[in-house]
Design a protein around this ligand. Structure first.
Ligand code: SIN
Length: 518
């Protein structure tokens, strides 16, 4: 198979890139390891996408992103998003994809608020904004005849000139991406997909943590594949924890959107006493890292397992209408949020670091681009401002398509070298699910306990020893097993866990989402 572009991941970053390339006549293959796009982080996103509010300005948006990022955000990336974000939302999401954003009675767009925003500027579609965006993007993509959808295909490795070509001088070539090897989850065969550009839009890593808001697909695949290919990864220690996820044995850390606090809900202890005023002037709408640590500190002091989110200030009659999905999900678990507060705890939510990509989405590997959570444009610095992840993914997805189309001679007028097929080892050992499960449990516990919201030299030292041992075991396990999505994910997850632990170890300064007690 040969294409102009292979896009790994079908969330908003991948969808926007694929859409605009295909619209210009380029042949694009969109790869997703799941049966459809509903396992993406985009689909699960609740709160919204940062746009422009009344009395808003480029400067104000710039300041808000920089200050949430603890001052280390890349000013170039922040300027682009602050300036171009609103215009691109109109062009892509409203006019091209027709996303069904919530509107007021007079038909104008409805804005909500979230932590650390100076004005109400967040567009939403009730409390399932990501789902509305994904459905609209898929409908638009389906109309493009130049897009080939390969669902149920797990990217295994980025094909590179220096690793996989038959060129006997390949080791002297610059690092260059040439496509991906992808596992057909059904036939278990690994296919060679050659492509003139590779766009990594594979989402995040939340599942490497015991507690996470992320869907089951977030196993860190893109970070690990990029690292194996020789990509530079940065800021991996800045793992953002969301302060408000449902505490319930069957709740699976279901996200209780920050916009619930944006509409007035208040965090309290189990006796109903608010405490955020003790930690930040913005109280419940302080940056996420501060709210998370405030909750953990209260829990440590009280010995309780959870705190509460009191929605009564929103008004009983408004709750179900404004947050229908949260209302329904909690009710199914026996919590009527119009009557009682929601028990909540923090959980892993988003990786601010990733595959370093410049303001055109380029990485240090030629022909390899990255967008969305897997990328690190530096926009989020040490901590991401709420509702800027869908925005960043959309903006840089569009930039990648614009940039490669503008430089079409460089990117699309390209002759592939000879590339070898995937070497099938002929191993037929079926993987033992008990081993996979145990390795996951071990990894998730190490990450949560030692590389979690609060870190120290001793915890990180222990994490690195344990993770590296586990990595060796998993690598042997991988080499000895029949190819399978689960096996590929486990291998990627441990490798990503090691990267996060190494970056956390190397950075001795507490900043934003990376907090060291020592
Ligand atoms: C939320 O709805 O709280 C999540 C929004 C985000 O992560 O930006």
């Amino acid at each position: 198979m040969e294409f102009d572009a292979v896009v790994v991941g079908s969330g908003i970053a991948g969808s926007v890139t694929a859409y605009y390339l295909a619209k210009q006549g380029y042949q694009v293959v969109l790869l997703d390891k799941s049966e459809d796009s509903s396992e993406s982080n985009t689909y699960q996103a609740q709160g919204g996408i940062s746009y422009q509010g009344e009395k808003d300005s480029i400067e104000l948006r710039f300041q808000d992103i920089m200050s949430a990022g603890a001052g280390i955000s890349n000013p170039d990336a922040v300027s682009i998003v602050a300036e171009q974000g609103p215009k691109l939302i109109e062009e892509i999401l409203i006019n091209e994809f027709n996303v069904d954003f919530s509107r007021k009675g007079d038909g104008s767009l409805d804005f909500t608020d979230e932590g650390a925003h100076s004005v109400r500027r967040i567009l939403h579609s009730f409390d399932t904004t990501g789902r509305s965006i994904q459905i609209a993007a898929n409908a638009a993509l389906k109309k493009q005849k130049n897009v080939t959808f390969l669902y149920d295909h797990t990217a295994v490795d980025i094909i590179t000139w220096h690793h996989h070509s038959s060129d006997k001088h390949r080791m002297y070539k610059p690092l260059t991406a040439l496509g991906v090897y992808a596992l057909d989850n059904n036939t278990k065969k690994v296919e060679k997909i050659l492509s003139k550009i590779v766009v990594l839009a594979s989402g995040g890593m939340g599942r490497i943590y015991l507690h996470t808001t992320n869907p089951i697909s977030a196993t860190g695949d893109g970070y690990a594949m990029a690292a194996r290919a020789g990509a530079r990864l940065v800021n991996m220690e800045f793992t953002q924890f969301h302060p408000t996820t449902l505490f319930h044995p069957k709740g699976n850390n279901f996200l209780i959107s920050e916009s619930v606090r944006g509409e007035g809900a208040v965090i309290t202890d189990t006796h109903g006493r608010p405490f955020m005023h003790k930690y930040h002037e913005k109280k419940d709408l302080a940056p996420r890292d501060i709210v998370t640590r405030a909750i953990l500190s209260e829990l440590l002091e009280s010995g309780e397992k959870f705190v509460l989110l009191d929605l009564s200030p929103i008004g009983r009659n408004n709750i179900a209408a404004r947050f229908p999905n949260i209302y329904k999900t909690c009710l199914e678990l026996g919590i009527d949020i119009t009557e009682t507060p929601i028990p909540i705890v923090p959980a892993f939510h988003f990786s601010c670091g990733g595959v370093m990509s410049d303001i055109q989405g380029r990485t240090n590997i030629e022909r390899l681009f990255a967008a969305g959570e897997v990328a690190c444009t530096g926009l989020h610095g040490a901590n991401r401002l709420a509702s800027t992840s869908l925005l960043e993914a959309m903006v840089f997805g569009k930039i990648i398509s614009d940039y490669t189309i503008k430089n079409k001679d460089t990117y699309f007028n390209f002759k592939f070298p000879e590339v070898r097929d995937w070497i099938d080892t002929g191993i037929i050992n079926i993987i033992d699910p008990a081993l996979i499960k145990q390795d996951w449990t071990y990894l998730q516990n190490i990450m949560w306990n030692y590389v979690g919201p609060v870190r120290s030299k001793k915890r990180l030292q222990r994490a690195l020893i344990d993770l590296r041992n586990l990595q060796e075991d998993i690598e042997n396990f991988y080499r000895d097993a029949k190819m399978d999505r689960k096996m590929v994910e486990l291998r990627n997850a441990i490798q990503t866990g090691v990267l996060v632990a190494e970056h956390s170890w190397a950075n001795r300064e507490s900043l934003g989402a990376h907090y060291r007690i020592d």
